[in-house]
Design a protein around this ligand. Sequence first.
Ligand code: AMP
Length: 278
Amino acid sequence: MLIVRNVIDLRKQVNQWRSQGMRVALVPTMGSLHQGHLSLIDRAKEKADKVVVSLFVNPKQFGPNEDFDAYPRSEDSDSQHLREIQTDMLYAPPASEIYASGHSTSMQVGAIGDLLEGEFRPGFFSGVATVVSKLLLQSQPHLAIFGEKDYQQLQVIKKFVREMDIPVDILGGETIREEDGLALSSRNAFLSPDERLVAPKLFEALQAVSNAAASNLDIDGQIQKSVHQLKDAGFSEIEYLTVRDSKTLLPVQTFDLPCRVLVAAKLGKTRLIDNMAV
Ligand code: AMP
C-alpha cells in the first residue's frame, strides 16, 4: 500500500492510474477505522480499479467545545487494517497540506446545513464541505463514497458537488451495525460498559418511529413516547428525533415521498447520531 502525505505525490499517482484507463475511488475518513469504514472500502473496490482512503481529522468541523483533541487517533493500526484489505493508497496529509498557513477560504452550503446537525453543531457542514471539496480537488477521483450513517452529511455533499460542478460521482454506503443494532462509530469507544448496554435503544427508537410513519399512525405520539423511553433508559439529552424528507431534510406533512427518521442524543458525555429509512 502506498502511503502519501502531500498533494503532488497524490495527484501524480492518481493521474498515472487515470491515464492507464483505471477508475479511481476515494473514501474519506477521520481514521480509527471500524467495519463501517471497511464496508465503504469494499464498495469502492466493487466500483473502481484503485481505492484511495484518506485519513484526516478535520479541525474545521469541530466546534470550540467539541472533542477534536480527544477524537481517537490510531494511524498505525488503521494503516495495518488497510494493508490487510489491500487498499491501494492511504492519503494521510498533515494539517498544513490541507490548510496552509493563512488559509481563509470556506464553503457555505446554505439552509440544509443549518438544520438538525447544523443547529446543534454550528459551522459543522461548512467545515465538512470545505475539507471534502479539498480532498476531492486534491485527489480527483472518479467517485467518492460516504456512509449513510452520517445521512445529512451525505445529502449536503451530494448537493454541493452537484451545485459546484465538481466532476465526481458521490455514492452512499449502508450503515453497518453491531448485532444489537448500535451503528458502528469511532465515538462508541467513549461509551462506558453501562452506557454501551443502553446505546442500542437509539436504534429501537428509530425503528418505532419509522414503523409509525410507514403505517401512518400517530407519529408525533410515537416520537414523544420514544423520547421518554430514551430518557428513562439514561440518555441525558435528545437533541432531535424527527421524520424528514429524505433529500431536503425539511419537515414533512405527508409521508408519500421518501422519508428518513433521524436522531441525535447524548449518553453521558458521548453524542450519538443515527438514522433509518421509512
Ligand atoms: P468518519 O471517520 O467518522 O468521518 O467516517 C468516515 C466515513 O465512514 C463517513 O462517510 C461515514 O459516514 C462512514 N461511516 C461511519 N460509520 C459508519 C457505519 N457504521 N457504517 C457505514 N459507514 C460509516
